[in-house]
Design a protein around this ligand. Sequence first.
Ligand code: PMP
Length: 387
Amino acid sequence: MVASEIRALFAVASRPEVVSLAGGMPYVTALPLDMVGELVSELVTRRGPVALQYGSGQGDPHLREQICDVMRLEGIQATADDVVVTVGSQQALDLITRIFIDPGDVVLAEGPSYVGALGTFAAYQAKVVHIAMDDQGIVPESLAQTIYALETAGAPIKFLYTIPNFQNPAGVTLNIARRQQVIDICQRAGVLVIEDNPYGLLGFDGEPMPALRADNPDGVVYLGSFSKTLAPGFRVGWALAPHAIRDKLVLAMESAVLSHSSFTQLAVGQYLATQPWREQIKTFRELYRERRDALLDALDSLMPPEVTWTRPGGGFFVWATLPEGLDSKAILPRAVAERVAFVPGTGFFSDGSGARHMRLSYCYPEPDRIREGVRRLAGVIEQEMQL
Ligand code: PMP
């Protein structure tokens, strides 16, 4: 495991005068915090002996039922027995990788992909092979060709890791036709799909997309999380898996932490049972939509025409591409000196590519700050282009 080279810079970037388009922190201030306080206090007085006790390795049964209600919004029919509650979906990723990966095994992932997943895969010494993606998500031909080439070379492919909705970092969504193609290709090749979906309910237009897992209970492990629809501080996520994998997940969970925190599981369960959680998700969607619009409008009016970017329909992230010859990691110190921060693209690839890209997050700063951040960033990029 290695620390990221840009970590030190982020300490500087978190100073209040810096507009951070870097972190992917949900805007938890938009939650009714008094209500959360009451709920937590009531939990201790009413259900203290359960909330403060060890729980089961699979997770609280009632919460698992509620999780099934949430997943129904994306066309998933499942029962509480199919679900394992984890410490955020990050732990689910860790447990899945621990179960499946021997050093040198191959994991397929979009290029670019979520930095936290790439870090986990690296920690277990998986070899990540990237699949091309465009503004409609994974390119099915690239997936099929890569699997064919790896199989021909005798490489052991363990799974495809994919973030189909409002991808981190690219902000793109796998279109409906490609969903079926991706499933068909993986099914034919016997490749398990890990569907990581923390942003699926944060779409700005229309209904949520059907999950890859919806019609494919045997070939897909689905990872979900309350980090973006409620709050990451509870650290409640989950995995929905075929029973043979679920059994191993529970064993791995018990060996890692015995059980998730009973306290936060019951708090989330109480929140779902007593609060208008669908309305809260709508509030988050509207808030993030306004910030997405602020970022896109500012980019449209301020960035040099040689810079391009994606236009996300939900989630937290825009992926920008700089003109040939520019390197986002080299630009970052200059940007921080001008009081704006972003994440350079190389962290989202396991093969060192991505230098011309940057991830811009709009989830945390207020719209005015986003505009000011883009103004500063556009100035830095213009200067770089003249060098
Ligand atoms: N997957 C993706 C794609 C993410 O963006 C994140 C959070 N940034 C996670 C998983 C982990 O989230 P959590 O552990 O809070 O559920």
